[in-house]
Write a protein that binds this ligand. Sequence first.
Ligand code: SF4
Length: 141
Amino acid sequence: MSSNVSKESVLRIRNFVEKYCAKSGTTTHPDADITEAVVLGLAHHHETLGKPLCPCRFYPSKEEEIKHRTWICACDDMQIYKYCHCLLFVNDDGLPITEYLPEDHEGRKAHGLVKDPTPDLGRPLRHKAEEREKERIERPS
Ligand code: SF4
């Protein structure tokens, strides 16, 4: 799939990732192949769906999913909890930040407690956690 992605789309996503790292106080993964795979997946979705839908999840219908903003990068989990399950935005050790996740969240179970090295940055939608958890129950995606 990703081989069909245009150079422009890839550059656009790379540019977004660089800016979003700075804005959120995160970094890309030390393994550049991980970053590249996610970037190509986002670029592919941007081209085929018109939105950079998160490439690391399964959706019964991508067209339906993009009507919500939940998994459009930077997704709600990133903007609320600073958690990126694709490992695109991580700390210097390549771990996703899990500090703000609810304790029963899959990210906490998978990675344990990972503190935020830059608590003053990111999480512009932090006030939406309650809404997000309601959605997680009512519209699991
Ligand atoms: S988990 Fe969220 S922030 Fe990370 S790549 Fe997917 S949409 Fe983007």
